[in-house]
Design a protein around this ligand. Structure first.
Ligand SMILES: Nc1ncnc2c1ncn2[C@@H]1O[C@H](COP(=O)(O)OP(=O)(O)OP(=O)(O)O)[C@@H](O)[C@H]1O
Ligand SMILES: [Mg+2]
Length: 243
């Protein structure tokens, strides 16, 4: 199946403000071996309910771009607007942004291995926001939705299979009901059938919940599910033409 053409020209939500707007984002790392411009003047937009897929080879800057958008790294130049709000502006509440507006899914799952699935999902929840019993119930519901049943919910993360770990990680990413999901090579450590299940779940988060799901990967097959598709090379983002 060919990848859909990017729809940058019809971007814009009902009120004319994109959910996510990245403008002229750049990041250079200064290492012993010299400078690396990992992200080079990247701009794109994404809407609620969309799956955005960025495909590129190793070292092309995918993880760095995702970390910039998630505010885990600071950009040298450019802006990241979420519903029109500049998250890099002086005084922006980055802790609240990371906690409530974005959810991360990583290649290596990044679960706390000594904790159960349920505890991992409850971990990022704000204890001041609701009693722990309510949060435990919500964590269990999120895991049920990911097909992780009661027995697996009480299993320590290090005992779970790769696919189970990634589904727990997705439930954890949803813990605070974020509008944006950032997934870095989410199928990188899974066999192709399990990877497909994980991609299907990520797509549902866009289609059913109206979240914006941004997936960066080297796996071209994920382009099939993209509403917007881009290629990344040497830190630069290019629209991916219809094949
Ligand atoms: N903290 C860092 N310090 C120095 N250089 C870095 C740092 N992080 C990334 N880089 C460099 O920036 C470039 C982009 O790296 P990045 O990890 O974003 O690529 P990637 O597309 O995610 O690669 P992969 O597919 O292997 O995960 C690479 O040349 C990398 O070596
Ligand atoms: Mg990477």
């Amino acid at each position: 199946m060919s990848a859909p053409e990017t729809k940058a020209e019809d971007a814009g939500s009902k009120d004319g403000v994109a959910l996510l707007k990245v403008e002229g984002l750049s990041k250079t790392f200064h290492g012993k071996a010299g400078d690396v411009k990992a992200v080079d003047d990247v701009s794109f937009e994404a809407e609620k309910g969309e799956v955005v897929v960025i495909v590129g080879p190793s070292g092309s800057g995918k993880t760095t771009l995702l970390y910039l958008i998630g505010s885990l790294e600071r950009a040298d130049e450019g802006r990241i607007l979420v519903s029109g709000e500049d998250i890099c502006a002086p005084g922006a509440d980055l802790i609240a942004y990371r906690r409530k507006r974005v959810g991360f899914v990583f290649q290596f799952f990044n679960l706390v291995t000594a904790l159960t699935a349920l505890e991992n999902v409850a971990l990022p929840m704000d204890i001041s926001a609701a009693p722990s019993k309510v949060q435990g119930k919500k964590a269990a519901e999120l895991l049920e939705r990911m097909g992780i049943d009661g027995r697996l919910q009480r299993t320590r993360a290090n005992r779970l299979s790769g696919g189970e770990k990634q589904r727990v990680a997705i439930a954890r990413a949803l813990a605070n009901d974020p509008e944006i999901i950032l997934a870095d090579e989410p199928t990188g450590n899974l066999d192709s059938a399990t990877g497909r299940t994980v991609v299907d779940i990520l797509v549902r988060l866009a289609r059913e919940d109206g979240r914006c799901v941004l997936i960066v990967t080297h796996d071209e097959s994920i382009l099939e599910v993209a509403d917007r598709a881009f290629h990344m090379a040497d830190g630069k983002l290019g629209a991916r033409a219809k094949e």
